[in-house]
Design a protein around this ligand. Structure first.
Ligand code: ZN
Length: 189
């Protein structure tokens, strides 16, 4: 079974309260580009992540607003920021590390938790063939083969929802490990 691989760069999801704190009252994120998952979009808004004296600038905010603010970075980013983080599924933020988020207007928001390295996953619609072989929360192997590197990514979570469109999401560390430079499909088994 084939699935399109999409590489998630570091990004931030904000709750409405945090959007208003950072950007102003009743502020709405501006849509730059629609993403593959229905209603999800890349916004024009960017923030800086700070931990102690370490910074990563220009991190895109994804919309729409979420229930909880969540910062998704790679393991490489975590090292750079000297943040102790964990690989977690989206939304599973209990006992994760916090950081400071800085808006272009220099406004700073300290979040107590929410920095994660996202666990790789596949968005599956119940109508997809794959949904016949797995249930929500199952894990699979995802094989990616590029010209010079082939990689089997174990423990890839299958997430099934009628709000999803079929796509595998891996982060930039995983994409680099597989040598991905162009559009590519993986194989689920
Ligand atoms: Zn995803």
């Amino acid at each position: 079974m084939k699935v399109k691989i999409e590489v998630s760069a570091r990004h931030i999801h904000l709750c409405q309260k945090d959007i208003e704190f950072l950007f102003g009252k009743n502020y709405k994120l501006n849509i730059k580009r629609e993403l593959s998952q229905p209603e999800q979009f890349l916004s024009n808004e960017k923030l800086t992540i700070q931990n102690q004296n370490y910074f990563i600038e220009n991190i895109s905010v994804l919309g729409p607003a979420r229930e909880k603010t969540q910062v998704e970075i790679s393991m490489t980013d975590a090292r750079k920021l000297k943040i102790n983080t964990e690989i977690r599924e989206s939304g599973d933020l209990v006992n994760t590390t916090g950081c400071i988020l800085i808006a272009p207007n220099k406004k700073k928001l300290q979040i107590a938790q929410g920095v994660i390295v996202a666990k790789r996953h596949i968005h599956v619609n119940p109508n997809d063939e794959i949904a016949k072989f797995f249930k929500n929360g199952d894990e699979c192997n995802l094989k990616i083969k590029t010209k010079f590197r082939s990689l089997i990514l174990g423990q890839t979570v299958i997430r099934i929802s009628d709000k999803f469109r079929l796509a595998a999401h891996i982060d930039t560390d995983e994409a680099n490990a597989a040598g991905i430079t162009e559009e590519i499909f993986g194989e689920i088994f």
